[in-house]
Design a protein around this ligand. Structure first.
Ligand SMILES: *[C@@H]1O[C@H](CO)[C@@H](O)[C@H](O)[C@H]1NC(C)=O
Ligand SMILES: *[C@@H]1O[C@H](CO)[C@@H](O)[C@H](O)[C@H]1NC(C)=O
Ligand SMILES: *[C@@H]1O[C@H](CO)[C@@H](O)[C@H](O)[C@H]1NC(C)=O
Ligand SMILES: *[C@@H]1O[C@H](CO)[C@@H](O)[C@H](O)[C@H]1NC(C)=O
Ligand SMILES: *[C@@H]1O[C@H](CO)[C@@H](O)[C@H](O)[C@H]1NC(C)=O
Length: 196
């Protein structure tokens, strides 16, 4: 009885030793292996809000629908900068840049377009403002297609379905009531799971 108990204890300590030997290299590499700062996981960094241009209400460095913001790794996070230097961050230094989407605007204001459509839509002023002179003239001559066209145009402009003729976006307050169209991409795609 005592012998079998001793054997059991021996087996247990051997197992524990094995477990320790197996686990320690893993934990050590986990701490030493530093990754690229751009590969940090959510919660290990904080990206600043972009600097907004008062005039355009878009990030100041917006080019071709993209702007970059500075991201600060959390205190005591170690990662590699783009030039390969390994840094232990204090929470104040910039570790990497992240690209965010922005919109190209050329100066057409959403508020002005909606106001023109609401009050002077029957004269076609909204269409003239947005750069559709032919449609504006048609609305002007027919007094807004007898009212129906005025209403339809107002809805189209208010819903931001009709935008400026040059293909740019309306100027809308950056932290205001913006319309975002949702689409399916790799980030929003819902993977179908096998039913149980
Ligand atoms: C804001 O945007 C306008 C129009 O593009 C530009 O003229 C102006 O210089 C910008 N201001 C700043 C501070 O970047
Ligand atoms: C970062 O590490 C230092 C030293 O190891 C420690 O004194 C400090 O409290 C840590 N800071 C945070 C925010 O964990
Ligand atoms: C990498 O960049 C950081 C900050 O931009 C700088 O302090 C460091 O000296 C650079 N390292 C090399 C090897 O260029
Ligand atoms: C981040 O972008 C700024 C310009 O916006 C640039 O000067 C800087 O080098 C970039 N930093 C990294 C790590 O890419
Ligand atoms: C989505 O991910 C697949 C592979 O995972 C890649 O081939 C494709 O280019 C990605 N599409 C976009 C729009 O990022």
């Amino acid at each position: 009885m005592a012998a079998s108990l001793r054997r059991l204890l021996c087996l247990r300590s051997a197992l524990l030793l094995l477990l320790f030997l197996c686990a320690s290299p893993l934990t050590r590499t986990g701490a030493e292996d530093s990754e690229d700062c751009g590969d940090l996981r959510l919660g290990q960094y904080l990206c600043k809000d972009p600097k907004i241009n008062e005039t355009t209400q878009e990030p100041e460095n917006c080019r071709d629908g993209k702007a970059s913001v500075d991201c600060l790794p959390a205190p005591n996070v170690t990662c590699r900068l783009a030039n390969g230097t390994e840094v232990r961050f204090s929470g104040e230094e910039v570790g990497f840049n992240r690209t965010i989407a922005c919109r190209n605007v050329t100066g057409y204001s959403y508020k002005v377009a909606v106001a023109l459509s609401l009050f002077l839509g029957w004269l076609g002023a909204d269409r003239f403002y947005l750069g559709y002179p032919a449609l504006g003239l048609l609305k002007f001559c027919t007094v807004g297609f007898c009212g129906i066209g005025t209403l339809v145009d107002f809805i189209l402009i208010a819903m931001q379905i009709v935008g400026p003729a040059d293909g740019s976006s309306y100027i809308v307050d950056y932290y205001g009531a913006r319309l975002t169209r949702l689409s399916i991409n790799n980030e929003t795609f819902r993977k179908p799971h096998l039913s149980l």
